[in-house]
Design a protein around this ligand. Sequence first.
Ligand SMILES: Nc1ncnc2c1ncn2[C@@H]1O[C@H](COP(=O)(O)OP(=O)(O)O)[C@@H](O)[C@H]1O
Ligand SMILES: [Mg+2]
Length: 236
Amino acid sequence: MARKIVVTSGKGGVGKTTVSCNLAVQLAERGRRVIVCDLDFGLNNVDVVLGVEHLSLYDVTDAIEGRCRPRQALIRHPKYPTLFALASNRVSERYVSPQAVRLILDCLAPQFDYIIIDSPAGIEDGFHRAAACADEAVLVTTPHLSAMRDADRVAGILKSYRFDRIGLVVNLMRKDLVRKGEVLSSAEISKALGLPLYASIPEEDKFFLDNIHVKSKAYRGLAKLVNEIPLREKRG
Ligand SMILES: Nc1ncnc2c1ncn2[C@@H]1O[C@H](COP(=O)(O)OP(=O)(O)O)[C@@H](O)[C@H]1O
Ligand SMILES: [Mg+2]
């Protein structure tokens, strides 16, 4: 049965979609069966970041409204056979209830190991819809003060959801700025937000060329940790 992990943030543009897709690719590299479900309605770009937008026939609302079976709405990645994208609905005005999405994901869950849910930023309806579908959460922030302030609000709300686990990813980290004392370190941010640090992802120039970094040490570490956490909890 798939672990359903929602990837959230307070502020937009901090790297949720990039983190969701890279985590999924790393898990698929380990042979795990993974879906990245795009619930950032209207700004759908999971399929673009994964480079499969041209292969998309259906989206999540087609599955909800019965125009296709849930399995048919999945786009298989041409390079990673165990990786699938579930595109968000392109008609953003249409109301989609959390229960409807949950039904689709619950129907797919038995055949997968992970469903990574890319959520909209903030704490509006779209966030609740995404969070309501998950049993674990990953909060993404950058070390910038404005992002951390918003992350702090979301962290409080995430804690009220009673997820099995919540972890923190600090993205766009710059060690030079930490050394100069201009931003907090990832460990300090983790302490300030009261969430365990899953990964600290450096800011990279090469993101302009490609959003998926298969060789990234930070993303490998994130996937390894996410994959092993339940085992560690059982042991510890
Ligand atoms: N570690 C990183 N280094 C450099 N650029 C990054 C990094 N992570 C994300 N980006 C870039 O930042 C922008 C926003 O990322 P995105 O994942 O779309 O954010 P969100 O989904 O939170 O809105 C994208 O252009 C992406 O390529
Ligand atoms: Mg996004």
